[in-house]
Design a protein around this ligand. Structure first.
Ligand code: NAD
Length: 539
Protein backbone atom coordinates (compact mmCIF):
# COMPACT_ATOMS: atom_id res chain seq x y z
CA UNK A 1 0.00 0.00 0.00
CA UNK A 2 1.65 3.34 -1.05
CA UNK A 3 2.47 5.67 1.83
CA UNK A 4 2.69 9.48 1.84
CA UNK A 5 4.44 11.90 4.15
CA UNK A 6 3.19 15.47 4.48
CA UNK A 7 6.21 17.58 5.38
CA UNK A 8 4.69 21.07 5.81
CA UNK A 9 1.39 22.46 7.06
CA UNK A 10 -1.23 21.62 4.43
CA UNK A 11 -4.82 22.88 4.07
CA UNK A 12 -7.29 20.54 5.82
CA UNK A 13 -9.09 19.85 2.51
CA UNK A 14 -5.87 18.23 1.21
CA UNK A 15 -5.54 16.04 4.30
CA UNK A 16 -9.20 15.02 4.01
CA UNK A 17 -8.54 13.87 0.45
CA UNK A 18 -5.55 11.81 1.60
CA UNK A 19 -7.70 10.30 4.33
CA UNK A 20 -10.32 9.34 1.76
CA UNK A 21 -7.88 8.05 -0.91
CA UNK A 22 -8.36 4.29 -1.20
CA UNK A 23 -5.22 2.22 -0.74
CA UNK A 24 -3.05 5.12 0.52
CA UNK A 25 -1.75 5.71 4.01
CA UNK A 26 -0.30 8.99 5.18
CA UNK A 27 1.39 10.74 8.08
CA UNK A 28 1.92 14.43 8.74
CA UNK A 29 5.38 15.10 10.17
CA UNK A 30 6.43 18.73 9.92
CA UNK A 31 9.59 20.58 10.95
CA UNK A 32 11.93 17.76 9.90
CA UNK A 33 15.57 18.36 8.97
CA UNK A 34 18.97 16.65 8.90
CA UNK A 35 19.15 12.94 9.69
CA UNK A 36 15.52 12.84 10.85
CA UNK A 37 14.35 14.09 7.46
CA UNK A 38 16.62 11.67 5.57
CA UNK A 39 15.36 8.75 7.61
CA UNK A 40 11.69 9.80 7.20
CA UNK A 41 11.97 10.27 3.41
CA UNK A 42 13.34 6.75 3.14
CA UNK A 43 10.17 5.29 4.66
CA UNK A 44 7.55 6.76 2.31
CA UNK A 45 6.65 6.39 -1.37
CA UNK A 46 5.53 9.97 -1.84
CA UNK A 47 5.95 13.34 -0.13
CA UNK A 48 3.97 16.59 -0.18
CA UNK A 49 5.61 19.82 0.88
CA UNK A 50 5.22 23.57 0.68
CA UNK A 51 8.16 25.94 0.99
CA UNK A 52 9.14 25.12 4.60
CA UNK A 53 11.10 21.86 4.40
CA UNK A 54 14.42 21.81 2.53
CA UNK A 55 14.93 18.66 0.50
CA UNK A 56 18.69 18.61 -0.04
CA UNK A 57 21.04 16.05 -1.66
CA UNK A 58 21.90 14.88 1.89
CA UNK A 59 18.26 14.27 2.76
CA UNK A 60 17.92 12.02 -0.30
CA UNK A 61 21.19 10.16 0.21
CA UNK A 62 20.75 6.38 0.01
CA UNK A 63 17.02 6.74 -0.60
CA UNK A 64 15.50 3.61 -2.15
CA UNK A 65 11.86 4.23 -1.31
CA UNK A 66 10.69 7.70 -2.31
CA UNK A 67 9.24 7.96 -5.83
CA UNK A 68 7.74 11.43 -5.97
CA UNK A 69 7.68 14.80 -4.20
CA UNK A 70 4.87 17.24 -4.91
CA UNK A 71 5.18 20.90 -4.00
CA UNK A 72 1.76 22.36 -3.12
CA UNK A 73 2.41 25.65 -4.91
CA UNK A 74 4.65 26.79 -7.76
CA UNK A 75 8.21 27.58 -6.55
CA UNK A 76 10.41 24.52 -6.06
CA UNK A 77 13.62 26.23 -4.92
CA UNK A 78 13.50 24.31 -1.62
CA UNK A 79 13.85 20.98 -3.45
CA UNK A 80 17.19 19.94 -4.95
CA UNK A 81 15.84 18.78 -8.31
CA UNK A 82 19.15 17.48 -9.63
CA UNK A 83 19.55 15.24 -6.58
CA UNK A 84 15.94 14.07 -6.94
CA UNK A 85 16.53 13.30 -10.63
CA UNK A 86 19.65 11.30 -9.80
CA UNK A 87 17.65 9.31 -7.25
CA UNK A 88 14.88 8.69 -9.83
CA UNK A 89 12.39 10.80 -7.85
CA UNK A 90 9.82 12.81 -9.82
CA UNK A 91 9.27 16.36 -8.56
CA UNK A 92 5.93 17.95 -9.43
CA UNK A 93 4.28 21.28 -8.66
CA UNK A 94 0.73 22.65 -8.85
CA UNK A 95 0.75 25.58 -11.26
CA UNK A 96 -3.04 25.53 -11.76
CA UNK A 97 -3.98 26.03 -8.11
CA UNK A 98 -3.85 29.82 -8.21
CA UNK A 99 -5.41 30.31 -11.66
CA UNK A 100 -8.84 31.55 -10.56
CA UNK A 101 -7.49 33.80 -7.82
CA UNK A 102 -5.07 35.48 -10.22
CA UNK A 103 -7.77 35.84 -12.88
CA UNK A 104 -10.10 37.45 -10.35
CA UNK A 105 -7.37 39.83 -9.25
CA UNK A 106 -6.88 40.87 -12.86
CA UNK A 107 -10.59 41.63 -13.19
CA UNK A 108 -10.51 43.46 -9.84
CA UNK A 109 -7.69 45.70 -11.09
CA UNK A 110 -9.45 46.30 -14.41
CA UNK A 111 -12.61 47.45 -12.62
CA UNK A 112 -10.65 49.46 -10.06
CA UNK A 113 -8.97 51.29 -12.94
CA UNK A 114 -12.25 51.92 -14.72
CA UNK A 115 -13.98 53.36 -11.68
CA UNK A 116 -11.04 55.17 -10.02
CA UNK A 117 -11.58 53.13 -6.85
CA UNK A 118 -8.17 53.80 -5.30
CA UNK A 119 -7.91 57.61 -5.86
CA UNK A 120 -11.58 58.14 -4.97
CA UNK A 121 -11.10 56.42 -1.63
CA UNK A 122 -7.88 58.36 -1.08
CA UNK A 123 -9.72 61.66 -1.64
CA UNK A 124 -12.40 60.63 0.87
CA UNK A 125 -9.71 59.84 3.43
CA UNK A 126 -8.32 63.31 2.79
CA UNK A 127 -11.75 64.79 3.60
CA UNK A 128 -13.01 65.56 0.08
CA UNK A 129 -16.30 64.56 -1.56
CA UNK A 130 -15.03 64.74 -5.17
CA UNK A 131 -17.95 63.26 -7.11
CA UNK A 132 -17.22 65.23 -10.25
CA UNK A 133 -13.54 64.35 -10.38
CA UNK A 134 -13.85 60.59 -10.69
CA UNK A 135 -16.00 60.03 -13.74
CA UNK A 136 -15.53 56.37 -14.63
CA UNK A 137 -15.91 54.22 -17.70
CA UNK A 138 -18.11 51.15 -18.15
CA UNK A 139 -16.43 47.91 -19.25
CA UNK A 140 -19.53 46.37 -20.89
CA UNK A 141 -19.27 46.65 -24.65
CA UNK A 142 -15.54 47.44 -24.49
CA UNK A 143 -12.78 45.32 -25.99
CA UNK A 144 -10.27 43.48 -23.83
CA UNK A 145 -7.06 42.21 -25.41
CA UNK A 146 -5.66 39.11 -23.72
CA UNK A 147 -2.08 38.22 -24.58
CA UNK A 148 -1.33 34.67 -23.44
CA UNK A 149 -4.32 32.35 -23.50
CA UNK A 150 -3.09 29.73 -21.03
CA UNK A 151 -4.71 28.89 -17.73
CA UNK A 152 -5.03 32.41 -16.33
CA UNK A 153 -5.56 34.24 -19.64
CA UNK A 154 -8.51 32.00 -20.51
CA UNK A 155 -10.02 32.37 -17.03
CA UNK A 156 -9.77 36.17 -17.40
CA UNK A 157 -11.36 36.04 -20.86
CA UNK A 158 -14.25 33.97 -19.53
CA UNK A 159 -14.85 36.39 -16.67
CA UNK A 160 -14.64 39.42 -18.94
CA UNK A 161 -17.19 37.82 -21.28
CA UNK A 162 -19.47 37.66 -18.22
CA UNK A 163 -19.02 41.44 -17.98
CA UNK A 164 -20.15 41.67 -21.62
CA UNK A 165 -16.71 42.57 -22.95
CA UNK A 166 -15.47 41.56 -26.41
CA UNK A 167 -12.29 39.51 -26.29
CA UNK A 168 -9.37 39.74 -28.71
CA UNK A 169 -6.68 37.19 -27.98
CA UNK A 170 -3.13 36.42 -29.02
CA UNK A 171 -1.25 33.24 -28.16
CA UNK A 172 1.06 31.31 -30.50
CA UNK A 173 -0.23 28.04 -29.06
CA UNK A 174 -3.95 28.66 -29.42
CA UNK A 175 -5.76 27.11 -32.35
CA UNK A 176 -8.30 29.09 -34.38
CA UNK A 177 -10.97 26.44 -33.73
CA UNK A 178 -10.49 26.48 -29.97
CA UNK A 179 -10.50 30.28 -29.83
CA UNK A 180 -13.69 30.37 -31.86
CA UNK A 181 -15.38 27.85 -29.59
CA UNK A 182 -14.45 30.06 -26.62
CA UNK A 183 -15.85 33.18 -28.24
CA UNK A 184 -12.40 34.76 -28.58
CA UNK A 185 -11.31 36.54 -31.74
CA UNK A 186 -7.77 35.32 -32.32
CA UNK A 187 -5.27 37.67 -33.93
CA UNK A 188 -1.87 36.74 -35.35
CA UNK A 189 0.36 39.41 -33.82
CA UNK A 190 0.52 41.70 -30.83
CA UNK A 191 0.61 44.71 -33.18
CA UNK A 192 -2.75 43.64 -34.57
CA UNK A 193 -4.33 43.76 -31.11
CA UNK A 194 -3.02 47.11 -29.92
CA UNK A 195 -5.00 49.56 -32.11
CA UNK A 196 -8.25 47.74 -31.30
CA UNK A 197 -8.35 47.37 -27.51
CA UNK A 198 -9.78 49.47 -24.68
CA UNK A 199 -8.10 47.24 -22.09
CA UNK A 200 -5.04 45.02 -22.39
CA UNK A 201 -3.98 42.25 -20.03
CA UNK A 202 -0.96 39.95 -20.33
CA UNK A 203 -0.76 36.37 -19.05
CA UNK A 204 2.46 34.98 -20.50
CA UNK A 205 5.70 33.92 -18.84
CA UNK A 206 8.50 36.46 -18.99
CA UNK A 207 10.69 35.34 -21.91
CA UNK A 208 12.98 37.04 -24.38
CA UNK A 209 9.92 37.42 -26.61
CA UNK A 210 7.56 38.81 -24.01
CA UNK A 211 9.99 41.17 -22.28
CA UNK A 212 9.01 44.75 -23.18
CA UNK A 213 6.09 43.45 -25.22
CA UNK A 214 4.62 46.93 -24.82
CA UNK A 215 7.40 49.47 -25.25
CA UNK A 216 7.69 52.98 -26.73
CA UNK A 217 7.11 51.65 -30.28
CA UNK A 218 3.87 49.91 -29.29
CA UNK A 219 2.61 53.13 -27.66
CA UNK A 220 2.59 54.63 -31.14
CA UNK A 221 -0.03 52.17 -32.35
CA UNK A 222 -2.04 51.46 -29.20
CA UNK A 223 -5.58 52.81 -29.13
CA UNK A 224 -5.64 56.20 -27.35
CA UNK A 225 -7.20 55.90 -23.88
CA UNK A 226 -6.25 52.22 -23.45
CA UNK A 227 -5.88 50.81 -19.93
CA UNK A 228 -3.17 48.20 -19.31
CA UNK A 229 -3.04 45.51 -16.62
CA UNK A 230 -0.20 43.16 -15.67
CA UNK A 231 -0.79 40.33 -13.19
CA UNK A 232 1.76 38.01 -14.87
CA UNK A 233 5.43 38.99 -14.53
CA UNK A 234 7.18 42.34 -14.16
CA UNK A 235 9.00 43.42 -17.31
CA UNK A 236 6.37 42.36 -19.86
CA UNK A 237 5.41 46.02 -20.10
CA UNK A 238 8.29 48.45 -20.17
CA UNK A 239 7.64 50.65 -17.13
CA UNK A 240 9.31 53.72 -18.66
CA UNK A 241 6.97 53.40 -21.65
CA UNK A 242 3.98 53.08 -19.31
CA UNK A 243 5.01 56.28 -17.52
CA UNK A 244 5.51 58.08 -20.84
CA UNK A 245 2.13 56.85 -22.09
CA UNK A 246 0.36 58.09 -18.97
CA UNK A 247 2.14 61.45 -19.07
CA UNK A 248 1.28 62.05 -22.72
CA UNK A 249 -2.34 60.97 -22.12
CA UNK A 250 -2.05 58.12 -24.65
CA UNK A 251 -2.79 55.65 -21.84
CA UNK A 252 -5.75 56.25 -19.53
CA UNK A 253 -4.63 53.84 -16.85
CA UNK A 254 -2.12 51.22 -15.73
CA UNK A 255 -2.63 48.50 -13.11
CA UNK A 256 0.27 46.36 -11.93
CA UNK A 257 0.54 43.45 -9.52
CA UNK A 258 4.08 42.47 -10.53
CA UNK A 259 7.40 44.30 -11.02
CA UNK A 260 10.79 43.64 -12.62
CA UNK A 261 12.37 43.61 -9.14
CA UNK A 262 10.41 42.41 -6.13
CA UNK A 263 9.81 43.43 -3.42
CA UNK A 264 9.20 46.83 -4.97
CA UNK A 265 8.37 49.72 -2.69
CA UNK A 266 9.65 52.56 -4.86
CA UNK A 267 8.61 52.97 -8.45
CA UNK A 268 8.12 56.06 -10.63
CA UNK A 269 4.64 54.80 -11.46
CA UNK A 270 3.49 54.71 -7.83
CA UNK A 271 1.34 57.77 -7.20
CA UNK A 272 0.97 58.78 -10.85
CA UNK A 273 -2.61 59.64 -11.80
CA UNK A 274 -4.33 56.67 -13.47
CA UNK A 275 -2.19 54.05 -11.73
CA UNK A 276 -3.28 51.35 -9.30
CA UNK A 277 -0.78 48.84 -7.97
CA UNK A 278 -0.76 45.86 -5.58
CA UNK A 279 2.17 43.94 -4.07
CA UNK A 280 2.00 40.63 -6.02
CA UNK A 281 -1.34 39.56 -4.54
CA UNK A 282 -2.63 37.53 -7.51
CA UNK A 283 -2.48 34.17 -5.71
CA UNK A 284 -3.09 35.49 -2.21
CA UNK A 285 -6.47 33.98 -1.35
CA UNK A 286 -7.41 31.23 1.08
CA UNK A 287 -9.04 29.35 -1.77
CA UNK A 288 -5.82 29.33 -3.81
CA UNK A 289 -4.00 27.84 -0.82
CA UNK A 290 -6.68 25.14 -0.49
CA UNK A 291 -6.63 24.52 -4.17
CA UNK A 292 -2.85 23.93 -4.32
CA UNK A 293 -3.22 21.44 -1.44
CA UNK A 294 -5.96 19.41 -3.11
CA UNK A 295 -4.18 19.54 -6.48
CA UNK A 296 -0.97 18.28 -4.84
CA UNK A 297 -2.85 15.34 -3.33
CA UNK A 298 -4.49 14.56 -6.67
CA UNK A 299 -1.15 14.61 -8.49
CA UNK A 300 0.57 12.41 -5.93
CA UNK A 301 -2.20 9.84 -5.57
CA UNK A 302 -2.57 9.59 -9.36
CA UNK A 303 1.16 9.00 -9.68
CA UNK A 304 1.35 6.44 -6.89
CA UNK A 305 -1.68 4.49 -8.08
CA UNK A 306 -1.44 4.76 -11.91
CA UNK A 307 2.05 6.10 -12.63
CA UNK A 308 0.57 9.22 -14.34
CA UNK A 309 2.93 12.20 -14.24
CA UNK A 310 1.71 15.79 -14.66
CA UNK A 311 3.45 19.07 -13.97
CA UNK A 312 6.84 17.42 -13.47
CA UNK A 313 9.55 20.02 -12.94
CA UNK A 314 12.41 17.54 -13.23
CA UNK A 315 12.80 14.54 -15.42
CA UNK A 316 13.33 10.97 -14.42
CA UNK A 317 16.67 9.97 -15.91
CA UNK A 318 16.62 7.98 -19.13
CA UNK A 319 18.36 4.67 -18.85
CA UNK A 320 21.93 5.14 -20.08
CA UNK A 321 21.59 2.61 -22.92
CA UNK A 322 18.51 4.31 -24.41
CA UNK A 323 20.13 7.70 -23.98
CA UNK A 324 23.34 6.60 -25.69
CA UNK A 325 21.55 5.07 -28.67
CA UNK A 326 19.16 8.01 -29.13
CA UNK A 327 21.02 11.08 -27.92
CA UNK A 328 21.85 12.44 -31.39
CA UNK A 329 18.32 11.87 -32.70
CA UNK A 330 16.76 13.32 -29.55
CA UNK A 331 18.84 16.41 -30.27
CA UNK A 332 17.58 16.53 -33.89
CA UNK A 333 13.95 16.15 -32.68
CA UNK A 334 14.40 18.85 -30.04
CA UNK A 335 15.95 21.23 -32.61
CA UNK A 336 13.10 20.59 -35.07
CA UNK A 337 10.73 21.55 -32.22
CA UNK A 338 12.64 24.78 -31.61
CA UNK A 339 12.64 25.48 -35.36
CA UNK A 340 8.87 24.88 -35.51
CA UNK A 341 8.31 27.43 -32.72
CA UNK A 342 10.22 30.03 -34.79
CA UNK A 343 8.63 29.40 -38.19
CA UNK A 344 5.06 28.90 -36.99
CA UNK A 345 4.58 31.70 -34.47
CA UNK A 346 0.79 31.33 -34.23
CA UNK A 347 -2.21 29.23 -35.18
CA UNK A 348 -0.52 25.82 -35.03
CA UNK A 349 -3.19 23.11 -34.99
CA UNK A 350 -1.37 19.88 -35.77
CA UNK A 351 2.14 18.40 -36.00
CA UNK A 352 2.81 15.21 -37.95
CA UNK A 353 6.08 13.43 -37.35
CA UNK A 354 7.37 10.73 -39.64
CA UNK A 355 10.37 8.64 -38.52
CA UNK A 356 12.23 6.81 -41.27
CA UNK A 357 15.03 4.29 -41.45
CA UNK A 358 16.88 2.93 -38.45
CA UNK A 359 15.15 5.17 -35.89
CA UNK A 360 11.75 3.76 -36.84
CA UNK A 361 12.50 0.72 -34.68
CA UNK A 362 13.61 2.78 -31.68
CA UNK A 363 11.68 4.58 -28.95
CA UNK A 364 10.04 7.15 -31.25
CA UNK A 365 7.69 8.22 -28.43
CA UNK A 366 10.71 9.68 -26.71
CA UNK A 367 11.72 11.49 -29.91
CA UNK A 368 8.22 12.94 -30.19
CA UNK A 369 8.48 14.15 -26.58
CA UNK A 370 11.83 15.78 -27.36
CA UNK A 371 10.24 17.53 -30.36
CA UNK A 372 7.31 18.73 -28.19
CA UNK A 373 9.70 19.98 -25.50
CA UNK A 374 11.59 22.04 -28.10
CA UNK A 375 8.35 23.45 -29.50
CA UNK A 376 6.96 24.57 -26.15
CA UNK A 377 10.07 25.29 -24.14
CA UNK A 378 10.08 29.06 -24.48
CA UNK A 379 6.34 29.56 -24.12
CA UNK A 380 5.07 27.97 -20.93
CA UNK A 381 5.21 29.13 -17.36
CA UNK A 382 6.06 25.64 -16.11
CA UNK A 383 9.26 23.83 -17.13
CA UNK A 384 8.58 21.75 -20.23
CA UNK A 385 10.56 18.54 -20.59
CA UNK A 386 10.47 14.97 -21.86
CA UNK A 387 7.99 13.94 -19.20
CA UNK A 388 5.28 16.54 -19.60
CA UNK A 389 5.70 18.10 -23.06
CA UNK A 390 3.15 15.94 -24.86
CA UNK A 391 0.53 16.46 -22.15
CA UNK A 392 1.04 20.24 -22.28
CA UNK A 393 0.67 20.17 -26.08
CA UNK A 394 -2.47 18.07 -25.81
CA UNK A 395 -3.91 20.52 -23.23
CA UNK A 396 -3.49 23.30 -25.82
CA UNK A 397 -5.60 21.32 -28.31
CA UNK A 398 -2.64 20.81 -30.67
CA UNK A 399 -2.75 17.43 -32.36
CA UNK A 400 0.35 15.28 -32.49
CA UNK A 401 0.51 12.44 -35.01
CA UNK A 402 3.42 10.01 -35.18
CA UNK A 403 4.26 7.52 -37.95
CA UNK A 404 7.22 5.26 -38.57
CA UNK A 405 8.58 3.66 -41.70
CA UNK A 406 11.64 1.44 -41.56
CA UNK A 407 12.51 2.13 -45.26
CA UNK A 408 15.63 4.22 -45.29
CA UNK A 409 14.85 6.73 -48.02
CA UNK A 410 17.84 8.94 -48.81
CA UNK A 411 19.31 8.73 -45.30
CA UNK A 412 20.14 6.00 -42.81
CA UNK A 413 17.56 7.69 -40.61
CA UNK A 414 15.54 10.88 -40.84
CA UNK A 415 12.59 12.59 -39.23
CA UNK A 416 10.11 14.70 -41.15
CA UNK A 417 7.84 17.22 -39.59
CA UNK A 418 4.66 18.67 -41.05
CA UNK A 419 3.22 21.72 -39.31
CA UNK A 420 -0.42 22.50 -40.01
CA UNK A 421 -1.92 25.92 -39.31
CA UNK A 422 -5.26 26.70 -40.95
CA UNK A 423 -4.95 25.56 -44.55
CA UNK A 424 -1.19 26.02 -44.53
CA UNK A 425 1.35 23.21 -44.18
CA UNK A 426 5.12 23.58 -43.77
CA UNK A 427 7.44 20.62 -43.94
CA UNK A 428 10.96 20.11 -42.60
CA UNK A 429 13.18 17.05 -42.57
CA UNK A 430 16.07 16.56 -40.17
CA UNK A 431 18.82 13.97 -40.12
CA UNK A 432 21.88 13.15 -38.08
CA UNK A 433 25.28 13.20 -39.75
CA UNK A 434 27.82 11.09 -37.88
CA UNK A 435 26.87 10.73 -34.21
CA UNK A 436 26.24 14.31 -33.27
CA UNK A 437 25.76 16.60 -36.25
CA UNK A 438 22.10 17.54 -36.66
CA UNK A 439 21.25 18.71 -40.17
CA UNK A 440 18.24 20.16 -41.95
CA UNK A 441 18.00 18.11 -45.15
CA UNK A 442 14.73 19.28 -46.74
CA UNK A 443 12.29 22.18 -46.50
CA UNK A 444 8.84 21.79 -48.03
CA UNK A 445 10.11 18.76 -49.96
CA UNK A 446 13.07 20.62 -51.46
CA UNK A 447 16.35 18.96 -50.64
CA UNK A 448 19.29 20.88 -49.25
CA UNK A 449 21.80 20.54 -46.47
CA UNK A 450 22.10 23.08 -43.67
CA UNK A 451 23.42 23.06 -40.13
CA UNK A 452 20.61 22.77 -37.61
CA UNK A 453 22.14 25.18 -35.11
CA UNK A 454 22.63 28.82 -34.15
CA UNK A 455 21.08 31.72 -36.06
CA UNK A 456 19.47 30.80 -39.35
CA UNK A 457 17.37 32.38 -42.06
CA UNK A 458 14.90 30.32 -44.08
CA UNK A 459 13.55 32.13 -47.13
CA UNK A 460 11.27 31.02 -49.94
CA UNK A 461 11.82 32.66 -53.29
CA UNK A 462 11.56 32.38 -57.05
CA UNK A 463 14.66 30.77 -58.50
CA UNK A 464 15.91 33.74 -60.52
CA UNK A 465 19.44 35.08 -61.00
CA UNK A 466 20.47 37.67 -58.42
CA UNK A 467 18.23 36.69 -55.48
CA UNK A 468 20.98 35.10 -53.42
CA UNK A 469 23.25 38.08 -54.16
CA UNK A 470 20.58 40.55 -53.02
CA UNK A 471 20.06 38.66 -49.77
CA UNK A 472 23.84 38.62 -49.20
CA UNK A 473 24.05 42.35 -49.87
CA UNK A 474 21.28 43.14 -47.38
CA UNK A 475 22.97 41.06 -44.69
CA UNK A 476 26.26 42.76 -45.53
CA UNK A 477 24.64 46.17 -45.06
CA UNK A 478 23.26 45.05 -41.69
CA UNK A 479 26.58 43.60 -40.51
CA UNK A 480 25.43 39.94 -40.49
CA UNK A 481 28.00 37.42 -41.67
CA UNK A 482 26.78 34.38 -43.60
CA UNK A 483 28.60 31.25 -42.41
CA UNK A 484 27.05 28.81 -44.85
CA UNK A 485 24.32 28.74 -47.46
CA UNK A 486 22.12 25.98 -48.88
CA UNK A 487 19.52 26.24 -51.63
CA UNK A 488 16.94 23.71 -52.72
CA UNK A 489 14.55 23.99 -55.65
CA UNK A 490 11.99 21.92 -57.47
CA UNK A 491 13.16 22.92 -60.98
CA UNK A 492 15.32 25.69 -62.48
CA UNK A 493 13.33 28.94 -62.48
CA UNK A 494 10.66 27.51 -60.16
CA UNK A 495 10.02 27.76 -56.42
CA UNK A 496 13.14 27.61 -54.28
CA UNK A 497 14.09 27.70 -50.65
CA UNK A 498 17.28 29.09 -49.16
CA UNK A 499 18.67 28.32 -45.72
CA UNK A 500 21.47 30.47 -44.36
CA UNK A 501 23.51 29.74 -41.25
CA UNK A 502 24.51 33.10 -39.78
CA UNK A 503 27.18 34.24 -37.35
CA UNK A 504 24.67 36.36 -35.45
CA UNK A 505 20.93 36.97 -35.18
CA UNK A 506 19.68 39.28 -37.96
CA UNK A 507 17.72 42.39 -36.95
CA UNK A 508 14.01 42.75 -37.71
CA UNK A 509 14.96 45.47 -40.23
CA UNK A 510 17.27 43.08 -42.10
CA UNK A 511 14.53 40.41 -42.29
CA UNK A 512 11.99 43.03 -43.43
CA UNK A 513 14.38 44.20 -46.17
CA UNK A 514 14.80 40.61 -47.40
CA UNK A 515 11.04 40.04 -47.35
CA UNK A 516 10.61 43.19 -49.38
CA UNK A 517 12.69 41.76 -52.26
CA UNK A 518 10.25 41.10 -55.12
CA UNK A 519 11.48 37.53 -55.69
CA UNK A 520 11.21 36.55 -52.00
CA UNK A 521 7.85 35.21 -50.83
CA UNK A 522 8.66 34.86 -47.14
CA UNK A 523 11.66 34.93 -44.81
CA UNK A 524 11.86 33.63 -41.26
CA UNK A 525 14.64 33.96 -38.73
CA UNK A 526 15.29 30.87 -36.64
CA UNK A 527 17.30 30.81 -33.46
CA UNK A 528 18.57 27.41 -32.31
CA UNK A 529 21.07 26.35 -29.65
CA UNK A 530 24.72 26.40 -30.76
CA UNK A 531 26.19 23.18 -32.16
CA UNK A 532 26.74 20.67 -29.37
CA UNK A 533 24.62 22.60 -26.86
CA UNK A 534 22.12 20.11 -25.43
CA UNK A 535 19.03 20.75 -23.29
CA UNK A 536 19.72 19.91 -19.63
CA UNK A 537 17.67 16.71 -19.83
CA UNK A 538 19.93 15.38 -22.59
CA UNK A 539 23.34 16.33 -21.31
P1 NAD B 1 0.39 29.08 -18.73
O1 NAD B 1 1.68 28.40 -18.97
O2 NAD B 1 -0.85 28.28 -18.49
O3 NAD B 1 0.06 30.10 -19.92
C1 NAD B 1 1.03 30.91 -20.51
C2 NAD B 1 0.54 31.17 -21.94
O4 NAD B 1 1.35 32.17 -22.53
C3 NAD B 1 0.64 29.93 -22.84
O5 NAD B 1 -0.63 29.63 -23.40
C4 NAD B 1 1.65 30.33 -23.90
O6 NAD B 1 1.37 29.75 -25.16
C5 NAD B 1 1.48 31.85 -23.91
N1 NAD B 1 2.62 32.54 -24.48
C6 NAD B 1 3.94 32.25 -24.35
N2 NAD B 1 4.68 33.14 -25.05
C7 NAD B 1 3.81 34.03 -25.62
C8 NAD B 1 3.96 35.16 -26.45
N3 NAD B 1 5.16 35.57 -26.86
N4 NAD B 1 2.84 35.82 -26.83
C9 NAD B 1 1.61 35.40 -26.45
N5 NAD B 1 1.40 34.32 -25.67
C10 NAD B 1 2.49 33.64 -25.26
O7 NAD B 1 0.65 30.08 -17.48
P2 NAD B 1 -0.41 30.67 -16.44
O8 NAD B 1 -0.55 29.73 -15.30
O9 NAD B 1 -1.62 31.13 -17.16
O10 NAD B 1 0.41 31.93 -15.89
C11 NAD B 1 0.52 33.12 -16.68
C12 NAD B 1 1.45 34.10 -15.99
O11 NAD B 1 0.91 34.51 -14.71
C13 NAD B 1 2.83 33.55 -15.68
O12 NAD B 1 3.80 34.54 -15.96
C14 NAD B 1 2.79 33.30 -14.17
O13 NAD B 1 4.09 33.33 -13.62
C15 NAD B 1 1.94 34.46 -13.73
N6 NAD B 1 1.30 34.30 -12.40
C16 NAD B 1 1.19 35.40 -11.60
C17 NAD B 1 0.56 35.30 -10.36
C18 NAD B 1 0.43 36.50 -9.46
O14 NAD B 1 0.40 36.32 -8.25
N7 NAD B 1 0.31 37.70 -9.98
C19 NAD B 1 0.05 34.06 -9.93
C20 NAD B 1 0.15 32.96 -10.80
C21 NAD B 1 0.78 33.08 -12.03
Amino acid sequence: MPSVIVLDKLAQEGLDMLEAAPGITYEVITGLKGEELREALNRFDGAICRSGVKITPESLEGNRQLKAVVRAGVGTDNIDKAAATRAGIVVMNTPAGNTLSTAEHTVALMLALSRNVAPAYQSLIEGRWDRGKFMGTQVAGKTLGVIGLGRIGLAVAERAQGLEMNILGYDPFMTEERAQSLGIELVKTVDEILPRIDYLTVHTPLTEETRNLVDMEQLEIIKPGARLINCARGGIYNEAALAAGLESGKLAGVALDVYPEEPCTENPLFGMPGVVCTPHLGASTEEAQTSVATEAVELLTAFLTTGAIRHAVNVTPLDPKTLESLRGYLDVAYRLGRLAACVQPSGLSSCHLMYRGEIAGKDTKLLTSAFSAGLLEGAMDEPVNLVNAEVVLHDRGIELVEESNSDMGAFRASMSLELFAGDRCQKFTGALFGKEMPRLVAVDGQRLEAYLDGSMLIFHHHDLPGVIGSVGTIFGEHGVNIAQMAVGRTAPGGQAVGVLNLDGAPSDEAIAAIEALPQVTCAKAVNLPAAGELPHWLS
